[in-house]
Design a protein around this ligand. Structure first.
Ligand code: 3DU
Length: 241
């Protein structure tokens, strides 16, 4: 399957990545297909890997490709390089375009080797450099600066930064510039407003329950997409003034 890259999708009218943390059912396929013109793609988490077998996920990804959608694997890899590389190879075979790994595992014996394999397969890699839940401030986020710097020196595709703590988004954008992509979870169910991460400089917003648990997921996605269009227009105006 041909690999896509996140930057191929940034011309879309909105910047939603739908987080799927559940079994992929016909209903999910229907929802995603119906909003394919306004979303970037989907992020698939561990729950889905436990609920669907790899061939079902592979089939879902081929459906995504037909609809020109991006497929991101969120297994938040955090292990020695040997193990992460094996998982990465499987994810590549299943057809994912990008993967997510934790930055905290560090460079030597972990991310340095993983990044080489990611390049070989032309995958995107996003590093988690701060998380969105309150407890993230206890340990993980106190190392934000180091993980931010690692994102740059490893030439990762970008980073995952929390919409619930937007100062991390702004700081990451300031430090990384426009060459790195910032994806932001925490919208909706975790409290951040749709569009708020984009306003702080994120490239895309990851939205799960606010869409898939809503009474009308298609309508909810459209509403979020509209907000994104407004924020993106504002951003455009600001750069032209
Ligand atoms: O809260 P939601 O249902 O919109 O889902 C958010 C998704 O983003 C979910 O898949 C979760 O694993 C991921 N994520 C965070 O929520 C927070 C992080 O710091 C990193 C990833």
């Amino acid at each position: 399957m041909k690999k896509a890259h996140l930057n191929d999708f940034l011309k879309k009218p909105s910047r939603v990545i739908v987080a799927i943390d559940r079994k992929i059912t016909d209903e999910i396929v229907k929802i995603i297909s119906s909003v394919s013109d306004i979303i970037i793609g989907v992020k698939i988490g561990l729950i889905t890997f436990l609920e669907n077998n790899p061939s079902e996920i592979k089939h879902f990804i081929s459906t995504l490709k037909e609809k020109n959608l991006y497929a991101l694997a969120d297994l938040k890899l955090a292990d020695i390089s040997h193990v992460m590389i094996k998982i990465c190879e499987k994810l590549h075979t299943i057809g994912f375009d990008g993967i997510i790994a934790h930055a905290f595992v560090g460079r030597k014996g972990a991310l340095e080797q993983l990044v080489k394999v990611v390049r070989k397969y032309s995958l995107d890699i996003f590093l988690v450099i701060a998380m969105s839940h309150p407890g993230a401030e206890e340990i993980l986020n106190t190392n934000f600066e180091k993980m931010l710097s690692l994102t740059k020196t490893l030439h990762a595709t970008g980073a995952i930064v929390p919409a619930t703590m937007p100062y991390y988004i702004s700081k990451a954008r300031e430090y990384l510039g426009k060459q790195f992509y910032l994806l932001s979870p925490g919208i909706g169910a975790q409290g951040a407003a749709p569009g708020s991460a984009l306003k702080h400089g994120a490239d895309a917003e990851i939205v799960g329950r606010a869409i898939l648990n809503s009474p009308n997921p298609i309508e909810t996605t459209r509403k979020i997409a509209k907000i994104h269009m407004c924020v993106l227009n504002e951003r455009k105006k600001e750069t032209h003034t």
